[in-house]
Design a protein around this ligand. Structure first.
Ligand code: NAD
Length: 386
């Protein structure tokens, strides 16, 4: 199925050290992080600012992390999640905000990276007052951070946030649901991977397994079927799966069965970390390209292993940038055509990353990180942080 052997022979494990991540301060030890879990952690990942938010009357407990504003205001969604403890929430917001810096940079957007997390159950703890109080905290950052929807947050919630701050995107009647744009970017990036792996970017007859057919996954399935791909899908939510089975000519497979399928392309569009020690022993694909964030459970380890297996991995934050491209258009008042062109351009960005990855024997995600860092570094020379 995949041409792994060729690649394995050319691999040098030393490439792990090829790129030193500019956003990591190496001298901070894990033991320091136990005793100094906040600023030491910020320093390790090069965050600019964290705002801890508390409001007893509404029950709001939130953390806003601004990772980097060299390219522009930090844009990233607000996630509401019942974290087990504060450290879990802090780690999540630090990791996600840093990811936004890379995503925005590599997408050529003049945006920095930020993210917010609200600690709590999105089904039972949300209220107009809580969202408005959160909006006040966003506003206190004076535009350094622009928020948007993420897991557990709806457009209605964002309208409450908007009552207290203008630094919010993804409002009803504005740029709208980003999912079709995200799916278009994933589809184009997948085609670029196919071009590199199969010599043609046509997906006709290619066996594609889509894990998760929610907002993005369903749009992706539509594009794949239109091109003549043979599509298998799975989803954890039975009603969604039933709807998809009724509407499209796809093979429905079990939640775990998806990893063992005879497939050309694995498209994770549900959860992160599905490319891990266990699944890598099972996946028989030649391309991994999907919308989910943080697909590699351990970037360093699994990025190398994917490559050793001859699988082309499309770095997730590059591939799924359609959503933030859509948000950026709202910030700048750009047209839908601009959004479409920019999402289609993910073909070229992914194409050059996977080509360079093969030529230089360096995992694709490392190439992507380097390109993002180079842009921030070069623009930083002509522009001071906000
Ligand atoms: P969604 O919640 O609409 O869809 C996710 C689907 O995955 C749901 O139908 C859910 O039932 C299913 N699912 C959950 N666990 C599963 C499992 N173990 N196996 C199979 N299916 C499972 O989310 P979405 O907006 O379609 O986003 C999908 C992924 O893409 C997420 O990881 C999200 O962070 C990422 N993403 C989305 C956008 C966007 O524009 N929506 C942008 C960038 C990244």
């Amino acid at each position: 199925m995949h041409n792994g052997a060729k690649v394995i022979n050319r691999l040098e494990i030393t490439f792990i050290t090829t790129f030193v991540n500019m956003f990591e301060v190496k001298e901070i030890q894990d033991t320091d992080l136990v005793q100094n879990p906040v600023i030491a952690q910020m320093s390790k990942m090069s965050h600019e600012q964290i705002l801890f938010c508390n409001d007893n009357s509404t029950g709001l407990k939130a953390i806003i992390a601004v990772h980097n504003t060299v390219l522009g205001p930090a844009l990233g969604g607000t996630r509401m999640w019942m974290y087990n403890n504060e450290m879990e929430a802090l780690n999540d917001v630090l990791r996600l905000s840093r990811g936004m810096t890379y995503k925005n940079a590599i997408s050529g957007l003049n945006l920095g990276g930020g993210k917010a997390v609200i600690i709590g159950d999105s089904h039972s703890m949300k209220s107009e007052a809580l969202m408005r109080r959160f909006g006040k905290f966003v506003n206190s950052l004076g535009g350094k951070y622009i928020t948007a929807e993420d897991v557990g947050i709806s457009t209605t919630d964002m309208t409450y946030v908007n009552m207290e701050t203008n630094h919010v995107v993804g409002l009803p009647g504005k740029s709208g649901d980003p999912s079709p744009v995200t799916a278009q970017g994933v589809y184009m990036g997948m085609k670029a991977c196919a071009k590199e792996q199969f010599g043609t970017d046509s997906l006709e007859g290619k066996k594609v397994a889509v894990q998760g057919v929610g907002h993005v996954g369903e749009y992706l399935v539509q594009s794949l079927l239109k091109e003549g791909a043979i599509v298998s899908v799975t989803d954890a939510y039975e009603p969604t799966l039933k709807k998809i089975a009724k509407s499209y000519n796809v093979n429905i497979v079990g939640l775990d069965e998806i990893y063992d399928l005879d497939m050309d392309i694995y498209a994770p569009c549900a959860l992160g970390a599905t490319v891990n020690d266990e699944t890598l022993n099972r996946l028989k694909c030649s391309i991994i390209a999907g919308a989910a964030n943080n697909q590699l459970q351990d970037e360093l380890k699994h990025g190398v292993e994917v490559m050793k297996k001859g699988i082309i991995y499309a770095p997730d934050y590059v591939l799924n940038a359609g959503g933030v491209i859509n948000c950026f258009s709202e910030v700048k008042g750009l047209s839908h055509d601009w959004v479409k062109d920019k999402a289609n351009d993910i073909y070229n960005t992914i194409g050059s990353i996977v080509k360079r990855s093969k030529e230089e024997n360096v995992p694709a995600y490392q190439i992507a990180n380097k390109i993002a860092e180079e842009r921030i570094e070069s623009i930083g020379k002509v522009k001071l942080p906000l």
